[in-house]
Design a protein around this ligand. Sequence first.
Ligand code: ADP
Ligand code: MG
Length: 276
Amino acid sequence: MSKTLEIKDLHVNVEDKEILKGINLTIKTGEVHAIMGPNGTGKSTLASTIMGHFKYQVTKGTMELDGENLLDMTVDERSRKGIFLAMQYPNEISGVTNSDFIKTAMQARLGSDEHISLFKFIKEMDKAVSDLKMRSDLPHRYLNEGFSGGEKKRNEILQMKMLKPNFAILDEIDSGLDVDALRIVGENINNMRGEDFGALVITHYERLLDYIDVDYVHIMMNGQIVRTGGKELIAKIDALGYDWLKEELGLEDEEFDNRQHVVLGSCARNPKTENK
Ligand code: ADP
Ligand code: MG
């Protein structure tokens, strides 16, 4: 049965500044949505808020998965419900091997009396590593430690392939990838398409979308989705950029905050509630 992630009138503050100003977005399994938009318009903020990062304060609106309130759930609960975030800036975790990390996450999705078959796990991991044309020693290396930018991005897709989420949010998975890697990553995302899988692909380049069959394209500006369409929007942005839309909407350039990107740490840790 199809699942629905429904976001209504979502307003989000970061450090008391409103970044998301009323996002409406419904994604069903079976669908792939792309969000495009200039830098600093709140795309990563939306991704982190869906996953439940503590820094992102929802001030208004709702977010539900099949009618269940996601806003009440921890990051871990959201993940168990089938939501997955491939981060724009993946973390390095020393001392934890890639395969242990993925196996633990997979095990956490099972009941306490169920166990992952090691044989099946290794076979599946080997296949995923080879599908992504990653180095074969990768499962034994510490999570993202010493990985190149492109390897980190492929590794996010490896985790997605192994965890098989219902909803994957892929935040600029294309940044740092060369042309060949872009194709491999794009094809692997596209191969996930199916009735149990929905995706939100965030990008500000159109190239990744050459390889992914997208159903809906949303353009985000200034904390809002200002236009929704099909693939034709991708070609238009590729050819003309975003200026035509700014003009149509009467937006001034100054409304865009060009402050340097804030590199976020892991979603899973909240220093305010830790060690208490
Ligand atoms: P995008 O992903 O579209 O480039 P972001 O969501 O990263 O945009 O950023 C939107 C705005 O929110 C920017 O002005 C950015 O500086 C601010 N912002 C995002 N996350 C944080 C944070 N953790 N701390 C402070 N400001 C943030
Ligand atoms: Mg971003």
